[in-house]
Design a protein around this ligand. Structure first.
Ligand SMILES: [Fe+2]
Length: 355
């Protein structure tokens, strides 16, 4: 659609600009500099009751030799052919059967796994063997070798979280297939100390003495469910009754990965969290219990293993309808904070203008 300038007294001048791939700012200034984020993406729910039969079909119909990784990616309705779940982050469901192997590879996109169903699989990250039980979080930072095996029993399903859209945006993707054995190499660079973090945090198993009774040693890349849920229960509740635990990098005390920032939120029955909105966006996995979230003008009822999005800059509140409920969040908050674009508000109270 032509702007007023393109049909008005400046038409000839703007046409001249157009021939050299230039544009005037003055007539499109307010279209470019919106008063606030447009937040056009509505929240979306992928119920486990809908996805589980498709996971079962993937297992029965798709051979690992064809799939390499047997993953069902979540793609938001507006994304078209894109594999983006939100603007910077993507999620999916990966499944692995006993005896199956997802062979080693590495890529510059960062990823993590939150185990939704099953026990006993192992993710090998740069030579470190990370046990995967329900509720565990395992990281595969950028350019780390990683392979999945399942010496245990029963089907495994885990949430795959990725910064795939961001990697595509920056056109910074590199990918490499690995050999049969994985080198035990040094972890990625140690990051600078975090500026701030919530009161309750959880570092990886390697920072916890005594971990390793499973026969698999403590890992820099694994956050066991037992420790995470216990730490959440010990944390102090917020004024609205909710509890928040941040998984942190043991060296920096900040987000687990530069682009992926993870939290557990504990909810008490019938106590809605204060309404908050943030310029960060997140994908949520229901780790435990049932409840509902009001996000923008949508109400999303949820139960265990459901996945839903928390798009940026939409008021959101979460309520448990069971005695307790626990939500796992993977967000781009650390990334947004690092750019200076983080703004967070709680109803009638601005929490943080930027950090
Ligand atoms: Fe991978």
């Amino acid at each position: 659609m032509k702007t007023p300038s393109e049909t008005g007294p400046y038409a000839d001048f703007i046409a001249a600009l157009d021939t050299v791939r230039s544009q005037p700012l003055w007539d499109r200034y307010h279209r470019i500099t919106t008063r606030q984020p447009l937040s056009a993406t509505p929240a979306h729910l992928w119920p486990w009751s809908v996805m589980e039969p498709l996971v079962a079909r993937a297992v029965s119909e798709v051979a690992m030799s064809d799939a390499e990784r047997r993953v069902l990616l979540f793609s938001r309705p507006e994304a078209g052919e894109s594999v983006a779940t939100l603007r910077t982050i993507s999620g999916g469901l990966q499944t692995l059967l006993p005896g199956e192997v997802a062979h080693a590879h590495r890529h510059t996109l960062a990823a993590l796994r939150f185990v939704m169903q099953g026990n006993g699989a192992v993710t090998n990250v740069n030579g470190e063997r990370c046990l995967m039980n329900e509720g565990d979080l395992v990281l595969t930072p950028s350019w780390t070798w990683h392979a999945h095996t399942h010496p245990g029993k029963g089907r495994m399903v885990w949430f795959d979280g990725l910064d795939l859209p961001l990697s595509h945006h920056f056109d910074s993707m590199f990918f490499e297939m690995g050999a049969a054995g994985l080198p035990n190499v040094e972890p990625p660079l140690v990051r600078a100390p975090a500026a701030s973090s919530p009161d309750a945090t959880l570092a990886s198993d390697s920072f916890e003495p005594g971990i390793g009774s499973t026969g698999i040693g403590p890992s820099r890349f694994r956050y066991s469910a037992d420790r995470a849920f216990a730490a959440l229960a010990r944390s102090s509740p917020a004024p609205d009754g909710s509890r928040l635990l941040r998984y942190v990098d043991g060296h920096s005390g900040g987000a687990v990965l530069p682009t992926l920032d993870c939290y557990l939120m504990g909810l008490e029955e019938s106590l809605p969290t204060h309404r908050r909105r943030t310029t960060a966006s997140a994908i949520c996995v229901v780790a435990d219990g049932e409840g509902a979230s009001v996000i923008g003008d949508k109400t999303i009822p949820w139960k265990r293993n459901d996945v839903f999005t928390l798009p940026h800059w939409q008021w959101a509140s979460h309520t448990a309808t069971t005695r307790r409920a626990t939500l796992f969040f993977m967000s781009d908050r650390e990334l947004i904070a690092g750019t200076g674009y983080l703004r967070e508000e709680e109803e009638n109270h601005q929490v943080e203008a930027s950090s």
